[in-house]
Design a protein around this ligand. Structure first.
Ligand code: FAD
Ligand code: NAD
Length: 477
């Protein structure tokens, strides 16, 4: 007999598992189908984010930063450390343990919320039916549902010129699992993954070269901050080559030889021990719906949805990386909550203009809203306030005074239109900007908010004051 639910979710990444939990909280009988298996073959909830994305990368970023600091960054603090050694196996084991704690945590949350976890593949048959094939089974079972949420996520884009072999040439998953530090590491793509994972291996001792197709560095970020970040990352030893087009690779004698056209269109060669391909991700739609379901995809291959995450099929929704918008865990999770609430008859809502972006490098970079250039291009007059961390007492005490806070406000209304931070704790500091902007704050509102002293958040306060040229701890221009 067919299993029957109010809601069936396909995919248990941060979009799908959050949707499932919220559905269950709202009293809906919910099942979540997911096909992820860990290296031991066991099913593991949490999708890309928990298993091979956000969490393992942040675990390695933290470990590698602590290693570098302890090895060569403590003298200024009056600490002399000697004999510092790298134990990569233990570093990787720590990462795996964190992943397991969290993925098992999701399994626990499913149990407490009485969500049925179905391990295997799901395929949308029509508006009310999903074919579920359990792991290691040949036959699909029918699962029926009043509502279906597609949350199948994404996978790395592949490059014809540099095919991944899982050994010398890897994608982000492979680059999270190296068992030894490559002497020379090549990375195609100086985007978020390239910079984060490049930082990890650079800190652990690799010579890292990033080959980036675009001539502009971090083109989605504020140009001033991107320029500063490029200088800092270059000083850290990341060799970032812009305007490069990889034309082919050859592997021989445990080395990868890369050929590429540089920014001047001259042919160049580069030999590395390992190569990471990190040129973006694409939506997982292969086999997601049976052809007869007639699920509509958009021109880029994402599941086509309206502003309420509704697909072209009645009662079928899609959320997360498999639909348009930034491929970020928190964006998918918020869509999951909103869809669950709509299914339950409540008004779910997301402000797509206020989704924060974070680059977990050192220093971190984070932003929300629009860049100064985008605001000006839209013909809106704006005022800008900046405050460097070099003038922050707390940043100096912490020993991390690189970077700046930049606030862009509407020149007429003073409403904050964008906040851009390069500096210590940017990933946490940006939350204040998101909250302020969610409430339609002006720079004056932030300027009149009391910030504790000495904190890094004072830099946000001072940048807000600087919009009106009344910052206290810098000269206002
Ligand atoms: P996914 O997390 O991809 O989950 C989809 C799940 O559905 C997977 O388990 C998949 O196996 C399963 N699935 C697919 N098809 C089927 C099917 N037919 N049947 C059953 N199951 C199926 N984002 C951030 O916000 N912050 C970060 O710091 C960050 N770091 C990242 C670092 C790396 C290295 C990578 C690769 C990504 C990172 N991301 C980060 C992006 C983030 O991981 C994704 O945006 C997020 O995981 C998307 O969530 P999702 O639920 O839409 O999809
Ligand atoms: P990305 O889009 O951030 O960067 C890919 C880079 O590769 C771009 O700069 C692009 O210009 C470049 N590129 C594309 N084709 C190329 C080619 N042929 N040769 C050289 N360069 C080329 O994508 P990503 O770094 O692969 O990350 C994928 C997704 O995962 C992103 O959308 C991101 O949102 C998400 N992610 C987020 C975080 C975070 O929030 N901190 C961390 C990692 C990943």
């Amino acid at each position: 007999m067919a299993k029957s639910f109010d809601v069936v979710v396909i995919g248990a990444g941060p979009a799908g598992y959050v949707a499932a939990i919220r559905c269950a909280q709202l009293g809906l009988k919910t099942a979540c189908i997911d096909d992820w298996r860990d290296e031991t073959g066991r099913s593991s909830l949490g999708g890309t984010c928990l298993n091979a994305g956000c969490i393992p990368s942040k675990a390695l970023l933290e470990s590698s930063e602590r290693y570098l600091q302890t090895k060569s960054g403590l003298e200024d603090y009056g600490i002399v450390a000697s004999g510092v050694k790298l134990d990569l196996a233990r570093m990787q084991a720590r990462k795996t343990k964190i992943v397991q704690t969290l993925t098992q945590g999701i399994a626990g949350l499913f149990r407490t919320n009485r969500i049925t976890a179905l391990a295997g593949r799901g395929q949308l048959v029509d508006s009310g039916r999903v074919a579920f094939t359990p792991h290691d089974a040949d036959q699909a079972e029918e699962v029926t549902a009043q509502h279906i949420i597609l949350a199948s996520g994404s996978r790395p884009v592949t490059l014809g010129a540099a095919p991944v072999d899982g050994d010398l040439v890897v994608d982000s998953s492979g680059a999270l699992a190296f068992s030894e530090v490559p002497k020379r590491l090549g990375i195609i793509g100086a985007g978020v993954i390239g910079l984060e994972l490049g930082s990890v291996w650079r800190r652990l001792g690799s010579e890292v070269v990033l080959l980036e197709a675009q001539t502009e560095f971090l083109s989605m970020a504020d140009a001033d901050l991107a320029g500063q970040a490029l200088k800092i990352f270059t000083r850290q030893g990341l060799d970032i080559r812009l305007g490069c087009r990889v034309t082919g690779i050859k592997t021989a004698r445990r080395q990868v030889q890369i050929t590429y056209q540089n920014a001047e269109d001259a042919a160049e060669e580069l030999k590395v021990d390992r190569l990471v391909v990190a040129v973006g991700r694409r939506p997982n739609t292969d086999g997601l719906a049976a052809p007869g379901a007639r699920l509509q995809l958009d021109e880029k291959g994402y599941v086509d949805i309206d502003e309420h995450c509704r697909t072209n099929l009645p009662n079928v929704y899609a959320i997360g990386d498999v639909v348009r918008g930034p491929m970020l865990a928190h964006k998918g999770s918020e869509e999951g909550v909103a869809v669950a609430e709509r299914i339950a008859g409540q008004p779910g809502h997301i402000d797509y203009d206020l989704i924060p972006s974070v680059l977990y490098t050192h220093p971190e970079m984070a932003w929300v809203g629009r860049t100064e250039a985008a605001i000006q291009a839209a013909g809106v007059e704006c005022r800008v306030g900046t405050f460097p961390f070099a003038a922050s007492g707390r940043a100096l005490a912490v020993g991390e005074s690189e970077g700046v806070v930049k606030i862009v406000a509407d020149a007429k209304t003073d409403r904050i239109l964008g906040v851009h931070i390069l500096g210590p704790g940017a990933s946490e500091l940006i939350a204040e900007a998101v909250v302020a902007m969610s409430f339609g704050a002006s720079s004056e509102d932030l300027a009149r908010t009391v910030h504790a002293h000495p904190t890094l958040a004072e830099a946000v306060h001072e940048a807000a004051l600087a919009v009106d040229k009344r910052a206290i701890h810098i000269r206002n221009r």
